[in-house]
Design a protein around this ligand. Structure first.
Ligand SMILES: [Zn+2]
Length: 135
């Protein structure tokens, strides 16, 4: 996460994020972004265990524990998280801002047919550009 202004994500993973959002609707999809540095290399879909999954999300804690354990064991790093807004724009909601940990993680939000990336930084969410690497 050296460069705070952008990330890379393969086009097929952008497609997968849209597919996850469509599959979960009208509930919010959620999951974990894995990779190295500022390169997102995998997404790990997780159950949304929030009691109001149409309007909120909570990533299954078991999935987070597993992802961090894998990272410590030499697997890809946990770069951040994704979730969908079934009826809203791909911007952090007031709920998202209240949940933010200001830990520098990347948040991908899917909404209104778009995916946008944000960094959960010390002064709030900031937009992060992305590019799709040529393979
Ligand atoms: Zn949200």
């Amino acid at each position: 996460m050296e460069d705070p202004t952008k990330v890379t994500i393969p086009a097929r993973l952008l497609g997968a994020l849209h597919a996850e959002a469509a599959k979960a609707a009208p509930r919010e999809a959620c999951g974990i972004l894995l990779g190295n540095g500022h390169d997102i290399e995998r997404i790990s879909p997780a159950a949304n265990v929030h009691s109001e999954p149409e309007a909120r999300f909570e990533i299954d804690p078991r999935a987070l524990i597993d992802a961090y354990r894998d990272a410590r064991g030499g697997g890809p790093q946990v770069l951040g998280y994704y979730h969908s807004h079934p009826a809203g724009p791909p911007e952090p909601s007031s709920t998202d801002r209240a949940m933010a940990a200001a830990d520098g993680s990347i948040w991908a939000i899917i909404g209104l047919g778009r995916v946008e990336f944000w960094r959960d930084g010390p002064s709030g969410f900031v937009p992060v550009g992305y590019s799709c690497p040529a393979r």
